[in-house]
Design a protein around this ligand. Structure first.
Ligand code: NAD
Ligand code: ZN
Length: 367
């Protein structure tokens, strides 16, 4: 096992303040936020995945008349800086500073809720704060209710936004949710292809986290447990879409997120960021498209991943790069190249000799 943590700055990560877990726990939402409602202008902003508009969940929000509910369609694109800025401006001009933000949805909504919480108290465009510890003031109380499992966005200290120049998170201690409610009943309705792609994000987080120089006993403990759960959900004899597996996948997602937080992601995520930035390919889907071609980098994880693809009859697109121009490949490779900490983690201290721009371009040509 490669491990050079002795020579590295040790991570000091703020975890979620409180976590509720269990079937039906969503019903505890109102009582959970009751004490927070006394702050600021005493109302909550709900950002809810548009999928739930008119669905039973929308009648169980337990909101008060003064609360603002935004149903957001996350399908046209991943969260954008301008989207957060205009939502923030609208909310503040309508009712002033809320008591808190409640996000109900997948990774996109988790990131919108986290970013909104920060941008409600930090002036100017969210593009100013894309990066590590650039946010100036704490955000307001924010609570996440994930409804699809895998990205780990419910636990991570970043709110990933795509801006005019970069796809990069607002990353600081204040980004982390104050409260998360993990109710596995909520993920039952996820379409099976997204259940797979997003679940595989967890699997890839764990493989990348453990296969690189920043792994350590702490990240491995979370990663190994998360991988065990992923294997049960996607490969074991009871694999597939069952309530028991939904219980497991929700925990796997959280633990996978913790594993990568205390370690790092690697080559697949570096490539994925380039693909998403230039072509808008969605994060988890992009990771699956890429990981199928990284057998030489992630030997063991790759063969297991291919077994899972086969078991769940997932068909991933092939030969995408034949339609890409040289300019597009260069632009994608440049985004990936500019994530040196991921390449360093994946390839070690001599990563600059391996992960050259040409090498990365060739990884894109495999897709
Ligand atoms: P998503 O939020 O983009 O949603 C994917 C699809 O599933 C959408 O169509 C959505 O409407 C639908 N959906 C969600 N819950 C559903 C449910 N219960 N029933 C039916 N449909 C449902 O999905 P995701 O894959 O979780 O998130 C991807 C986003 O997460 C990307 O924007 C990516 O950048 C971000 N991300 C963030 C982090 C982080 O640490 N902050 C990590 C990885 C990815
Ligand atoms: Zn990921």
């Amino acid at each position: 096992m490669l491990n050079c943590s002795k020579n590295m700055q040790h991570k000091n990560f703020k975890n979620i303040d409180k976590v509720t877990y269990g079937r039906g726990s969503f019903a505890q939402l109102a009582e959970t936020v009751e004490s927070v409602r006394k702050e600021n202008n005493k109302y909550f902003v709900y950002v809810v995945d548009n999928y739930f508009k008119g669905k039973p969940l929308s009648t169980k929000l337990q909101n008060k008349p003064e609360d603002l509910i935004y149903y957001i369609d996350v399908d046209p694109h991943e969260p954008k800086t301008e989207q957060i800025d205009s939502l923030r401006d609208e909310i503040l001009s309508k009712q002033g500073l809320p008591s808190g933000v409640i996000g109900i949805g997948g990774g996109s909504i988790m990131d919108i809720a986290k970013a909104l919480s920060l941008m409600l108290t930090n002036e100017g465009s969210s593009t100013l704060y894309q990066g590590l510890n650039l946010v100036k003031k704490p955000g307001i109380y924010h609570l996440g209710v994930p409804t699809i499992s895998g990205t780990g966005a419910e636990v991570s200290m970043t709110a990933v936004l795509t801006g005019p120049e970069k796809k990069l998170g607002l990353k600081c201690d204040w980004t982390v949710f104050n409260q998360v409610i993990l109710d596995p009943e909520l993920i039952a309705s996820v379409p099976t292809d997204w259940w797979f792609y997003t679940g595989m994000d967890t699997y890839i987080h764990c493989i990348e986290s453990e296969t690189g120089i920043r792994n350590n006993a702490f990240s491995l403990a979370y990663g190994e447990q998360s991988l065990k759960l992923c294997r049960e959900v996607f490969l074991g004899e009871n694999a597939g879409r069952t309530p028991e597996n939904d219980d497991k996948l929700m925990v796997a997602s959280l633990m996978g997120g913790l594993s990568l937080t205390y370690s790092e992601v690697g080559a697949c995520h570096a490539i994925s960021y380039g693909l998403s930035m230039v072509l808008g390919t969605r994060h988890c889907y992009a990771n699956c498209i890429i990981f199928q071609h990284l057998g030489d980098i992630y030997l063991k994880g790759h063969s297991e991943f291919m077994q899972m693809i086969e078991k769940h009859n997932i068909v991933l697109p092939q030969n995408l790069s034949k339609d890409w121009t040289e300019e597009q490949i260069t632009a994608m490779a440049q985004v990936s190249y500019n994530l040196p900490f991921m390449w360093n983690h994946a390839f070690g201290d001599n990563y600059k000799e391996i992960a050259t721009l040409d090498y990365i371009k060739n990884l894109f040509r495999r897709l």
